[in-house]
Design a binder for this molecule. Structure first.
Ligand code: ADP
Ligand code: MG
Length: 309
């Protein structure tokens, strides 16, 4: 499966530019779309899911023109929106049954077998007769995956599915998603770096509707090898001084003391020590508006992990 997005742009009537000339290719794997709130992730996902039109650009999926042949796409697509609407008082089984009929699964026996298997797969079998309104956040998201899998779609789009889940629920959900991705393409949007690190062989970072980086997480991390440094920042004056000299990636606390991580191509001295780079460093390097920072993250100039201007 190959999804090719070319020159996608969208400006909402209120003037917000949600997508700016976005180009992206997504192959057969779990693809992570990482970006902060407002980056344009949901806009992009709704557009791929044929629920809204862009102003410009094209999307092609294995030779199908996504923006024109909407019904073709809907037949092979499963979608879990960020806001999964109203949860009715009916049970998980009844709701899946209803949605399956809408999807055209008309054979009663076959439909029941399929739904039973989905309930097992998403670990909702024991609660299948309980009302959806009584479900926890994690159960709702697993139900969301179950409904997205109706009709056995080849492409699944899940929009920020782990936001608001507690650690155990999130873990269970990520495991489910990785099992689902074993035989289909999954596009996952998230603002949680760890979701991408745990699940995705490929990823893109988008900020303010622009694609800033596309690559394999491991390669983008390796491109920062030897360029991430850390030290305890001391008081506010010292911190401000560091801020004016260096590109700060993040600040964090170690036993109550503030530490900083910076990006520097050479040894910054001043008591900094080299630390192992991580995906958060990659993310923060691209997240902050710092004109020359994007160019300096390109590493060895290979096509992977290279920032896109
Ligand atoms: P994300 O999912 O990454 O948080 P969105 O695609 O939801 O980003 O939003 C991108 C930008 O577009 C944001 O600034 C958001 O406020 C704006 N936006 C999203 N939907 C609409 C809409 N229907 N009308 C106007 N602005 C919108
Ligand atoms: Mg969103």
């Amino acid at each position: 499966m190959a999804l090719t997005i070319r020159g996608l742009s969208k400006t909402y009537p209120n003037g917000v530019k949600a997508l700016r000339n976005l180009n992206l290719s997504i192959g057969n794997c779990m693809f992570g779309l990482l970006g902060p709130n407002g980056a344009g992730k949901s806009t992009l996902m709704r557009t791929i899911a044929t629920l809204q039109d862009p102003d410009d650009g094209s999307i092609e999926l294995d030779g199908i023109d996504v923006l024109r042949e909407k019904n073709e796409i809907r037949r092979i697509l499963g979608y879990l929106p960020q806001e999964f609407g109203v949860y009715p008082k009916i049970s998980a089984f009844e709701m899946l049954q209803h949605l399956a009929i809408l999807k055209g699964m008309t054979q009663t026996g076959e439909r029941k077998d399929f739904i039973d298997a989905l309930l097992q797969q998403t670990n909702l079998w024991d609660v299948r007769n309980k009302a959806l309104t009584t479900f926890s956040g994690g159960m709702k998201q697993r139900f969301g995956i179950a409904q997205a899998l109706l009709g056995n779609p080849r492409l699944i789009i899940v929009d920020e599915p782990t936001a608001g889940l507690d650690p155990a629920e999130r873990n269970r959900f990520l495991n489910l998603l990785s099992s689902v991705a074993s035989d289909r393409t999954v596009i996952l949007s998230t603002h949680i770096v760890d979701d991408v690190r745990q699940l995705c062989p490929r990823m893109a970072i988008i900020v303010e509707g622009e694609l800033l980086l596309e690559g394999a997480p491991a390669e983008t991390i390796a491109a920062l090898n030897g360029r991430v440094w850390s030290k305890i920042a001391g008081n506010d004056d010292e911190f401000r001084s560091l801020e004016s000299q260096f590109r700060i990636l993040s600040t964090y606390l170690v036993a109550g003391q503030r530490a900083v991580r910076i990006y520097s191509e050479s040894d910054p001295g001043q008591g900094f020590h080299a630390v192992e780079s991580g995906l958060e460093d990659v993310y923060f390097l691209h997240l902050r508006p710092f004109p020359h920072a994007r160019a300096s993250a390109s590493g060895n100039g290979s096509s992977n992990g290279q920032p896109v201007q």
